[in-house]
Design a protein around this ligand. Structure first.
Ligand code: ATP
Ligand code: MG
Length: 169
C-alpha cells in the first residue's frame, strides 16, 4: 500500500527539537512529509526574526538523514475560510495533516483531509517563544535546537538580531 503524504505547517522561529520530533513522528507513517514554512513573508520582527530562506536552511541542515520531505513557503492570508485552499494552491498533493491546534484541525478536517493530532514534546522547553526569550536573556538555548539551526543562527548573527529586536517590542 502506498503511504500517504503528510503536511506540517509551522513558523519555525527557530526550527527546534520539538519540530524535529514532530517531523520524525509524521515521517513514521508517511511516504513523504511536506513542511510548510508559515508566515513566510515575515522576518526581522520579535515573533518572526528569521526569513523564510533562513528557516529553510535551518530545516535542510538539520534533517540530513531524512530526505523524504519537501519544504514549501506559505504566506499568511488571515482568512480562515480560504486558508485550506490557499495551502492547497501552494503545496503538492497531500492526504494527511499533522496538527496540534484545534483551529487547524477543524479547518483541514472540514475540507476532507485526514487530520492526525500530534503530541507536544517537552513543550515548556521546546518552544520558539521560550528559545527566543532565552537568546535575548543570554540564557542557555543551544541544547534545545538541532545543530543545523545553531549553524545558521551563527552564520547570520541571529543572536544579535534577536537581542536587537527584543529592545524594540
Ligand atoms: P512559537 O512559540 O514561536 O509559536 P512554536 O514552538 O509553537 O513557536 P511553531 O513554529 O509555532 O513553533 O509550530 C510549528 C508546529 O510545530 C506546530 O504544529 C506546533 O504545534 C508544533 N510544535 C511546536 N513545538 C512543539 C513541540 N515541543 N512538540 C511537538 N510539536 C511542536
Ligand atoms: Mg506556535
Amino acid at each position: 500500500m502506498v503511504k500517504p503524504t503528510g503536511l506540517i505547517i509551522g513558523r519555525f522561529q527557530p526550527f527546534h527539537n520539538g519540530h524535529v520530533k514532530l517531523i520524525e513522528y509524521a515521517a513514521g507513517e508517511s511516504g513523504k512529509v511536506i513542511i510548510g514554512i508559515g508566515s513566510s513573508q515575515e522576518s526581522h520582527s520579535w515573533e518572526n526574526p528569521f526569513s523564510a530562506s533562513e528557516r529553510r536552511e535551518m530545516i535542510k541542515k538539520s534533517l540530513k538523514v531524512f530526505d523524504r520531505y519537501e519544504i514549501i513557503e506559505v504566506p499568511d492570508i488571515n482568512k480562515d475560510l480560504v486558508w485550506v485552499s490557499h495551502v492547497k494552491r501552494i503545496a503538492p498533493d497531500f492526504q494527511v495533516v499533522y496538527a496540534n491546534t484545534a483551529r487547524e484541525r477543524h479547518l483541514f478536517s472540514e475540507a476532507g483531509f485526514d487530520v492526525v493530532p500530534t503530541p507536544f514534546f517537552s513543550r515548556d522547553l521546546y518552544s520558539g517563544t521560550e528559545i527566543r526569550r532565552r537568546i535575548a536573556m543570554n540564557e542557555k538555548w543551544m541544547w534545545l535546537v538541532p545543530q543545523g539551526t545553531i549553524d545558521v543562527i551563527k552564520k547570520i548573527d541571529g543572536v544579535r538580531r534577536i537581542k536587537d529586536l527584543s529592545l524594540i517590542i
